[in-house]
Design a protein around this ligand. Structure first.
Ligand SMILES: [Zn+2]
Length: 280
């Protein structure tokens, strides 16, 4: 089964399989097969059906970027969300576990509430409010983007070294790559994986904030907040798309909680920011 194992993608199959993606993709395979049959191309039709189903089985989905749009289709459809995601068993998916996994950030261990972060950032002239919207002030925004561009060109090794050198709280940082995805692993005992785009965005923000804030914890928390102002992926330059955390894949909170809005890079398939909506 070596060849099959190599083909299969664990992130979207097995326990991680996302049913919206699977159902949608099987439907598309079926439609193409029917279309070919109707045009009397039975061999092609059979081939599409067999290969299509096999790919969906092995990889979780066939149509590129399904994980980005399937959850939105499901969210918009009248079909109850529970049909796709069973209620988590008691104590199985703790809310803390989920947010941790979704919000990979240097600021994971920093506990400062969002309001304090924004008050301090605005007092330091880093952000400003216009109408109902928040913006980074022009000088900060320019400095941040210039720094991100420089960091984006660095190797993963060099990024890890820079991260360890800049941040007091990071005692160890190592590069880690698997298939097309790159991370920096932080810490020696309690390990944490930070995806490359997050490292670039937060390290650049942290350095820019260094000239404006003295408090180390605020710099780290502020660096995470900067990610909500991204409109392009700091690594590949793709325009970010707004998505929802109703799933794909494995990030489901539970039927009665509102899905959070997220910013996702469709090319890196990486979530860059999660706007946490309260689930009142
Ligand atoms: Zn990207």
């Amino acid at each position: 089964m070596g060849a099959l194992d190599a083909l299969s993608d664990e992130s979207y199959t097995g326990a991680n399989r996302c049913w919206p993606c699977t159902v949608l993709n099987l439907g598309i395979v079926g439609l193409i097969a029917l279309f070919l049959r109707a045009r009397e191309r039975s061999m092609a039709s059979l081939w599409v059906a067999v290969v299509g189903v096999a790919v969906v089985y092995l990889r979780g989905y066939l149509v590129p970027y399904t994980p980005e749009f399937a959850p939105r289709l499901v969210a918009a459809s009248p079909v109850p969300d529970e049909w796709f995601h069973g209620e988590p068993a008691h104590g199985e998916t703790s809310q803390e576990g989920v947010t941790r996994q979704e919000n990979e950030s240097l600021a994971d261990d920093v506990e400062i509430d969002g309001e304090t972060v924004f008050r301090e950032l605005s007092a330091a002239g880093v952000i400003e409010v216009e109408g109902e919207q928040l913006f980074l002030t022009a000088a900060v925004d320019t400095a941040w983007h210039e720094r991100m561009d420089e960091l984006a060109d660095r190797s993963l090794d060099s990024l890890s070294t820079a991260l360890q050198a800049s941040l007091e709280q990071v005692d160890n940082a190592e590069p880690y790559a698997r298939e097309d995805t790159e991370w920096v692993v932080l810490g020696s005992e309690h390990k944490q994986l930070l995806p490359r785009p997050v490292v670039v965005a937060e390290l650049a923000a942290y350095e820019v904030l260094g000239e404006r804030l003295d408090d180390e914890r605020l710099r780290v928390a502020g660096a995470e907040a900067f990610r909500m102002f991204l409109d392009r992926c700091p690594v590949c330059g793709s325009e970010l798309v707004e998505s929802s955390s109703v799933s794909c894949c494995g990030g489901h909170l539970g039927p009665r909680q509102n899905p959070d809005e997220t910013l996702v890079c469709p090319t890196c398939e990486q979530r860059l920011y999660t706007f946490e909506l309260s689930d009142s």
